[in-house]
Design a protein around this ligand. Sequence first.
Ligand code: GLA
Length: 509
Amino acid sequence: MRTLPLRLAVPVLGACSLVLTPAVARVAPTNTIEGIWVIGETPPFPGLRMARIERRGDTLSGTITTDWYGDMPMQNLRMDGAVASFEIDNGNPRLGAKTWTATLSGGTLRIAGDVWHQHVDVAAVPGTEAQARARAFPTYPLPALRALPDNGLARTPPMGWSSWNKFAAEIDDKTVRQIADAMVASGLRDAGYVHINIDDGWQGKRDAQGVLQPNAKFPDMKALADYVHARGMKLGIYSSPGPKTCAGYEGSYGHVEQDARTFAAWGIDYLKYDLCSGEGIYRTPEAVKAAYQQMGAALQASGRPIVYSLCQYGRNDVGAWGRAVGGNLWRTTRDIEDTYESMAKIGFDTNGSPEHVGVGGWNDPDMLEIGNGGMTPDEYRSHMALWAIQAAPLILGHDVRAMDAETRAILTNAAVIAVDQDALGAPGVRIGGEGALSIWRKPLADGSYALAVFNRSAAPLASTLSFAALGLTAPEMVTELWAGRQVAVADGALPLALPPHGTMLFRVR
Ligand code: GLA
């Protein structure tokens, strides 16, 4: 997840938050912190509704109810005079718990602390049970864990485009159509990139029956799907198992089966399901799995083949259970950024474990940044090669309407794509390399294999690769896939000339 304060600057977010009546009917002032406290004005994130503090014997306990995370327990609640202190954690393992205070003064409780990257400081007044009921956060049962059948999709890693890396939530129907047209005109569709995925920012409100509607930027989702299908491509969409998506839009919480049916009725072919606010709701690994399984089963019951992309940032060894919940790909990492450092960290160091990768289920080290301008062409070739050697999904993230020739050449190199899309579905594994060199091998269906040699340093690197030292039989010739030429292997050694942060990618028969 990217940081929220950035997103909170997006004006549309305010429209997505629960609107509470600012004028709260007051009950008699109190001189104790115990009781129900209703919060009148709240920032949209995390949408504070009320606090409830109770004493049982000597023990104080409490919760803060929020739009994003439901009931957040006040951990380790203690009193010091008129000030109560406690810890709040939103379920994000990286951030941990933050200290909050609740200070009683003149009958008002001032509640302040940090959640996610946001400081919150709100006033609450005493409330009634009826007010508490109106502000209660609904909870729903989760299904028992079971293994869902294979949906038969994504036999090779999904290829396509997503709106997020370039457009974030500033995406609309017109841009998606233009991108779809550009995918055809540029040859990207014919190179295999067939999924056109709308990421966060398309959602509007639910209607009276609870059916999720797109916002005004997407006037007719079915018509958009028809448009994309007519061009030989598929339309993808995005939601969350939590009440709010990462950019603050409506999630599928409490509407999982209904949303799956809506997506199917629109003609959606791919769903990215992003944990977001769900991290504060599903606080155990089992609950997260069950929440993902619930949508997996709902998609399978929808009657439409829908590729299922899990996005919970690789927590809890997701590869070990991603298939069982119906997933075809699972994010293994934090969000990519358009820098060499971010790409390299994700691609080399944090892309899960290869053991669960195979036909129908793929590690997803996040979408491509190629063409967005933050890396050199050599670095972008490394990005592409690193994803291809690991059989990662190839989901483009740039503005296809304004693509330069070099970007197009990187993305449409058929020999490189063939490594990624190989029918065997084997993952690439790092087999050697010292210092700045990193050497990866991926077995291919025809008995050949791909060998990627990366230079992780910012200086050029000249070296030789010894097949014997890697435990491999030396061939006489290999094909270097970027240059598209044969290279002779002399005395079992391959000459290497690698630009800064560059890559050579070989097919060895
Ligand atoms: C999270 C995901 C991103 C993107 C955004 C949308 O940060 O990891 O890939 O989907 O949410 O808000």
